[in-house]
Design a protein around this ligand. Structure first.
Ligand SMILES: [Zn+2]
Length: 464
């Protein structure tokens, strides 16, 4: 009998229990102490109030209800406890791996020849009707593979305006090949254009529900209690979209270049500000305002529902020469032993193609929580931190000073986390500020940084 490949098992290991619980339609609630509260997955455990917690940082869950029923572990165990009311690795392992893969859209790979009986396997155990009805506290976005499908098609439909193409090719010095590989697209500038795109997506059967950036809005003069008066739209403004990918190349979010001086980039996001109650026939019976500052009588067109907030995501950029098929493991197609971590969208895009290694872009320098698991998954030996030259410079200007101090603090926290992690060496890339502010500027000028190892205190020039 063929064996499930280690890469598939590794991918399952990487599934966060929270994502799985969401996918199974389970009730979840953000709780204090970096945890998410869920109902105990064990169907044999009848509890009055939920008392099981998933730790956000590790994905480990544990039931504490009535002293705990023994349900604990990660996504695989969560699946097993939900499905069989217990976890016995010997009997459940294979079925649980397959079950998690099917729920999360992970392709199942086998070593050796594949038998028909396994290929024809159907989804086990979980009946959607039996799952508890989802009650969403903070309206989570759809899982990565769902967002990826929608965003890919959406970007295909979006235009590339001449002015943006020129900006990418001159100011950014991207080639056409790079622009296509990265998936840069203009934000539809007119209402008919954006309507046509959204209508096409819907006609092709894509659900826009809880895809960050897409939202239901009320027609002019419409009745909010009439579902027919709501229509899907995109919540976008500015110049163009920059796709944000995860470690398997899936497009999980979009950034928007705003064209504004104060805030140059922002997330394509659509957190709802109203929600509706429906009766059993699907008729809207009640409209609830989530945002108290919203006056729905004065500004009915500002109501948004059905979408989801983007929140922050790290951007994993592979050299465009090594762009993988969606969902393919990076290590299978491309070898590397170090990863560069930087701040900002274009910086990561540009640096990855010059350096020919993965570059992780961290939004706002503070959201490094998700970086370490990627480094560990890839078995990276060295993490290179290459922040802007002014990351450590404290300027006197109001506001600026505070920002740089915060960047510095975040960087120190991040460095500590890497240093405490086994087997990953941390180095910094630094350069003369005269050679450029960001890593992209330095590389564009044909220069290379110096590599500083804080442990050994050595400095060596970077080579490609
Ligand atoms: Zn329990």
């Amino acid at each position: 009998m063929p064996k499930i490949s280690q890469s598939t098992i590794d991918a399952v290991e990487f599934v966060h229990t929270y994502d799985l619980a969401m996918r199974m339609g389970h009730w979840t609630k953000t709780s204090g102490g970096g945890s998410i509260k869920v109902e105990c997955p064990n169907p044999n455990h009848i509890e009055k109030t939920p008392d099981t917690y998933i730790k956000k940082s590790t994905g480990i869950f544990m039931c504490y209800g009535g002293g705990g029923c023994g349900a604990k572990g990660k996504a695989l165990q969560y699946y097993a406890w939900s499905t069989w009311g217990c976890w016995d690795p010997k009997t459940h392992f294979i079925d649980a791996v397959i079950g998690v893969c099917e729920l999360m859209g992970i392709p199942i790979e086998y070593d050796g020849p594949v038998q028909d009986s396994i290929q024809k396997r159907v989804r086990p155990a979980i009946q959607p009707a039996a799952a508890p009805k989802a009650v969403f506290e903070d309206v989570p976005a759809q899982p990565a593979e769902v967002c990826d499908r929608v965003y890919r098609r959406f970007l295909e439909l979006c235009p590339i305006y001449q002015e943006h193409a020129e900006e990418w090719m001159t100011k950014r010095r991207y080639t056409k090949e790079q622009i296509n590989a990265f998936g840069l697209r203009s934000i539809p500038a007119t209402w008919p254009e954006s309507k046509l795109i959204v209508d096409t997506l819907l006609k092709e059967g894509y659900s826009l529900e809880r895809i960050p950036g897409f939202t239901l809005k009320l027609r002019k003069g419409g009745n909010p209690l009439n579902e027919k008066d709501w229509y899907w739209a995109i919540n976008a403004y500015g110049k163009y979209f920059l796709p944000v990918r995860d470690d398997t190349g899936r497009i999980v979010r979009l950034r928007m270049a705003t064209g504004q001086e104060k805030k140059k980039y922002t997330w394509f996001s659509s957190g709802p500000n109203v929600e509706v109650q429906k009766n059993s026939t699907g008729q809207i019976t009640e409209l609830k305002v989530l945002d108290p500052s919203l006056d729905i009588n004065a500004n009915p067109h500002e109501m948004r529902r059905g979408g989801a907030s983007s929140s922050h995501h790290i951007n994993v950029v592979l050299p465009y020469q090594a762009h993988s098929e969606q969902g393919q493991e990076v290590m299978d197609i491309f070898t590397f032993d170090s990863v560069v971590i930087t701040e900002g969208e274009h910086k990561a895009f540009y640096a990855a193609s010059i350096l020919r290694k993965p570059v992780i872009g961290i939004p706002g320098a503070g959201n490094y929580r998700d970086v370490l698991p990627v480094l560990k998954k890839w078995g990276v030996k060295k993490a290179v931190v290459a922040y802007d030259a002014d990351a450590f410079i404290t300027k006197d200007k109001d506001g600026q000073k505070q920002k740089n101090e915060q960047v510095f603090k975040n960087l120190i926290d991040f460095s500590k986390e890497i240093l405490e992690s086994d087997g990953i060496e941390l180095v910094f890339w630094i350069w003369n500020i005269a050679d450029g502010k960001g890593l992209d500027d330095v590389l564009m000028g044909g220069k290379l940084p110096m590599e500083v190892n804080p442990r050994t205190k050595t400095r060596v020039p970077v080579t490609i």
